[in-house]
Design a protein around this ligand. Structure first.
Ligand code: BES
Ligand code: ZN
Length: 464
């Protein structure tokens, strides 16, 4: 291990340069105009993996390519006849969120910029920087010829930010070669540099596009206002009914299957360092908000939500335009927690809107992709091994946390490959994922490499 750690220590500058090259590639999966750039990014990543000594393949899909990179057979420690070394899968995504609004970036999103201890670029934290840390740790083993006590496979996809539509069939098709003893993902957050944490739960998600249609075209609001219903008004009041002023979702049945937080969990979440006033400052809100009886940490990770993500109707240009808009549309998502079922909650939401919608307009609801919530026991043998690796890398007692975000493939990947998913997030709370000035702390990058290096020692020893 000494050689591995020394290799990591002495190569940080080069790693940072390489990460910058990776970040220059604008792999925006949601916008078709970037399709070629996404494929170029996959090719760059694959070439890089090959250079590190990994056996690498790029798989075409109906959408963006998937990169698979494996440690070669001669990289692992010799095994006694009849026994086998464990296999771990590292999942990540090389696709990134759209960079808009560009005017709010201090530097261009695909021209990585190092300032202080942060590297700024779209995808720096979510997720290129995070899985790159694992690649660099495995590189250190390979280049120093330190035998790995396990096989490691990287699966880096290009469609996470659009719900991973092509990954499930891929997992089924490659099930036997991808079957793993655990799946490691660094694509979430950590509370602070001095607060390493294991994430034992993710929220699930369901999405909708709700359109309310009124008159066959926009109408003069003076000539017809008061005599026909207004789609924007109707949509707003429907949406307003979906959540009470107390922060609770007001859709009947919504909470029926929600697993309550245990006393153990509440104690763990209360140990996390960000307190109410820190959140208030970090987020720049005049006051925090949410269900009574829960802390901000609990509300943001362990309770379900109904949120408007986008809202459009009528005239948005300069000055005024007196119309009754012909239509109004909202993009909406619900975050789900154990044991809510995406299909059942989707049904409840659809029924609610259909029931509440007045007969003066037409309602159209399109359902988008969804994913189930995910949770493991933080006391499982592999989770305990990960906690030991966190302790070794950070020199501090790790915390247990839940995350409010979703990684749609996680529940299915766990099921198809028959392995627990261990979430070891490396992004700080002000990493600005999905927002302007996304950034990754170079110290998180370095600690992440160390964490990964220790993981390959600890994970094969789950019983300790
Ligand atoms: N890396 C995030 C998920 C994440 C970030 C989880 C921070 C927890 C903390 C991932 O790339 C992401 O953004 N997922 C989307 C999924 C959606 C597009 C279906 C999300 O959570 O909104
Ligand atoms: Zn994301």
């Amino acid at each position: 291990m000494d050689a591995v750690i020394e290799y990591l220590r002495t190569n940080q500058q080069r790693f940072l340069k390489e990460l910058c090259q990776y970040l220059r590639l604008p792999s925006v999966s949601a916008q078709s105009a970037y399709k070629k750039e996404v494929a170029r990014c996959a090719a760059w990543l694959a070439a890089h993996c090959t250079q590190l000594g990994l056996e690498t393949r790029v798989f075409k899909t109906k959408g963006h390519p998937i990169v698979i990179a494996k440690t070669p057979a001669d990289a692992v420690a010799p095994v006694r006849p009849g026994s086998r070394l464990p296999h771990f899968l590292v999942y990540g995504h090389y696709d990134v969120q759209p960079p808009e609004p560009l005017e709010l970036w201090h530097h261009l999103p695909f021209e990585p910029y190092v300032k202080g201890r942060r590297i700024y670029a779209r995808g720096a934290a979510d997720n290129k920087g995070q899985h790159f840390a694992h690649l660099k740790a495995v590189e250190a083993y390979l280049k120093t010829k330190t035998p790995l006590p396990c096989h490691v496979t990287f699966l880096i996809e290009g469609e996470e930010e659009v719900g991973s539509p092509n990954l499930v069939p891929f997992l089924h098709a490659h099930r036997s070669e991808l079957a793993a003893d655990a799946i490691i993902i660094s694509d979430t957050g950590m509370p602070g540099l001095r607060y390493p944490a294991l994430t034992y739960a993710l929220r699930g998600i369901i999405s909708f596009e709700i359109t309310v249609r009124g008159p066959k075209s926009d109408l003069h609001s003076g000539i017809y206002g008061g005599a026909v219903d207004n789609p924007a008004m109707v949509l707003c009041s429907l949406l307003a009914k979906a959540r009470g002023p107390d922060g609770r979702v007001a859709i009947p049945g919504f909470y029926d299957d929600v697993a309550p937080l245990t006393q153990f969990e509440r104690r763990q979440l209360a140990r996390l360092p960000l307190k109410e006033r820190d959140f208030k400052r970090l987020l720049g809100v005049p006051q925090l908000f949410g269900e009574a009886g829960y802390s901000t940490e609990e509300r943001r990770s362990a309770r379900p939500t109904f949120e408007i993500n986008g809202l459009t109707s009528g005239y948005q240009g300069e000055g005024s335009k007196t119309i009754i808009p012909a239509w109004a549309r909202a993009k909406v998502t619900c975050r789900l927690v154990p044991n809510q079922h995406p299909g059942r909650i989707r049904q409840l939401v659809l029924e609610f809107f259909r029931r509440e919608c007045p007969p003066t307009v037409q309602l159209e609801i399109k359902s988008g992709s969804g994913s189930a919530p995910y949770m493991i026991s933080p006391e499982s043998p592999r989770a305990k091994a990960a906690l030991r690796a966190l302790r070794a890398a950070f020199g501090r007692e790790p915390l247990l946390m839940r995350e409010g975000g979703s990684i749609p493939i996680v529940p299915q990947m766990s099921k198809v490959l028959g392995a627990e998913v261990i979430l070891l997030g490396l992004a700080l709370p002000d990493a600005n994922a999905h927002a302007p000035n996304e950034n990754f702390d170079v110290r998180c990058f370095a600690k992440g490499q160390l964490l990964s290096a220790y993981l390959w020692q600890e994970l094969p020893r789950p019983a300790e």
